[in-house]
Design a binder for this molecule. Structure first.
Ligand SMILES: NC(=O)c1ccc[n+]([C@@H]2O[C@H](COP(=O)([O-])OP(=O)(O)OC[C@H]3O[C@@H](n4cnc5c(N)ncnc54)[C@H](O)[C@@H]3O)[C@@H](O)[C@H]2O)c1
Length: 397
């Protein structure tokens, strides 16, 4: 019997995600889930003590633990090709995403970055230009785009079952910033309410960006115009903690996006509803294995992740467990990592199939710029013109 070709794990480095951080540990779990990726190095924190403690707890040796991301990228690039990291996962506050990504691709590494892509459209556009001149892959972890039922919703829209789309309602209420957590020094709240580290928007950048990406992904259409209201409910808070956006899609649908982090007691209640002339869809992040499909003159159907072989093949490819066994956030995250690792091994460049990439990064930033522009200019309608590669944001006359 001949031994099948042994799969070589893709080697990952991580910036951010040290002891006390929120999302880094989830990235590590997701990356590890399929046995296709191994963590080989990290600059987990600005504090070397933290990086050493985090690295030791993860079984990493001291030579692969670095005091800064610059040192990590430069040192790793000098290691032999079969030893050095192959991609870097960026799980720091937003202002560092692009500087780390730029340095990484200039040293030959791929990048998996958390969202939003950066803190300004110009830096993301400049990064996109740089990326196009390299062989690097870039992925953006809009986690919700890894759920099977989100892919099923997209497939149903593509099939035309709903008819021409008319309405999109997406809402993302959370409650964790309902009090002045930043005044108490809560790590995640402190940087998210600081414009220098979070970027031009607070709540819209943090979670409105997920809602925007979900709308464009499921509909396969782009927001072309929007008008926005941003609010700050906590005295002294420097960025929005709540907001609403009216929008129009290129294909003619209209919609409303609301995002809030001050809905006391609320958890992570992302929900999207889409209606066409012939029917509609509804998906809730907190019940992610069910997709509701409504027909204008017919029964309501429930699509369920699991063993239903009639699901679209892209949705099926993202189901991992037998019917009735809950799967969710980590598995959705892992779907993005699995696709990213496969594209690295396949030698692809630019964007990885199945993973939000640089186009989604630019559109997400353009959405945030337009939201802030509209809010600051009397809630005027703003045009989001052109393809992702050349998008301009213009206040309508
Ligand atoms: N995809 C999602 O669903 C999701 C969910 C939560 C957060 N996020 C994103 O993940 C990122 C991190 O968010 P978080 O809540 O984990 O923040 P956090 O504050 O909990 O963690 C940030 C980490 O970055 C580290 N860090 C900061 N500066 C550094 C530097 N110069 N070098 C190395 N490490 C550094 C901190 O020490 C900390 O470990 C943000 O961009 C956020 O928008 C995404």
């Amino acid at each position: 019997m001949t031994m099948p070709k042994i799969h070589r794990k893709v080697r990952m480095g991580m910036v951010g995600g040290g002891e006390g951080a929120f999302i880094g540990a989830l990235h590590r779990m997701a990356a590890a889930l399929d046995g296709r990726i191994e963590l080989v190095c990290g600059a987990f924190s600005q504090s070397m003590d933290n990086t050493l403690r985090t690295g030791a707890s993860l079984g990493l040796q001291e030579p692969r633990l670095y005091a800064s991301y610059e040192e990590m990228i430069i040192s790793e690039a000098s290691r032999s090709p079969d030893e050095r990291m192959e991609f870097v996962a960026i799980v720091t506050p937003n202002h560092l995403h692009i500087p780390i990504a730029k340095l990484a691709i200039s040293h030959g590494f791929h990048v998996m970055s958390d969202k939003p892509a950066g803190i300004s459209l110009s830096e993301v556009n400049a990064f996109a230009d740089q990326l196009a001149k390299t062989d690097a892959l870039y992925g953006l972890t809009h986690t919700y785009l890894g759920y099977p039922m989100v892919w099923q919703a997209r497939a149903i829209v593509r099939k035309g079952t709903l008819g021409p789309l008319r309405k999109v309602y997406v809402e993302y209420p959370q409650g964790w910033l309902a009090s002045n957590l930043e005044a108490d020094g809560a790590k995640q709240a402190v940087w998210r309410t600081d414009p220098a580290r979070a970027g031009l928007s607070g709540c819209m950048g943090d979670i409105g960006s997920h809602a925007h990406s979900l709308v464009e992904f499921i509909t396969g259409d782009r927001m072309s115009q929007l008008a926005a209201y941003l609010n700050t409910h906590i005295d002294g808070r420097r960025l929005d903690d709540d907001g609403a956006v009216q929008f129009r899609m290129e294909g003619g649908a209209t919609g409303t996006l609301i995002a809030s982090q001050v809905c006391a007691g609320e958890e992570n209640a992302l929900k999207i509803r889409i209606y066409g002339e012939d029917g509609g869809l509804e998906w809730h992040q907190m019940e992610p294995n069910t997709l509701v499909e409504r027909a204008a003159n017919g029964p309501v159907q429930l699509h369920r992740a699991g063993a239903d072989k009639s699901l679209d093949k892209e949705a099926l490819a993202r189901c991992r467990l037998p019917s009735g066994h809950p799967e969710g956030y980590i598995e959705a995250f892992a779907n993005l990592y699995r696709d990213f690792a496969a594209c690295i091994r396949a030698g692809e460049r630019g964007s990885a199939r199945g993973v939000p990439g640089i186009k989604e990064a630019m559109r997400g930033m353009a959405f945030l710029v337009a939201v802030v522009e509209s809010d600051r200019n009397g809630h005027r309608w703003i045009d989001l013109l052109g393809p992702a590669e050349n998008i301009t944001v213009r206040t309508m006359a």
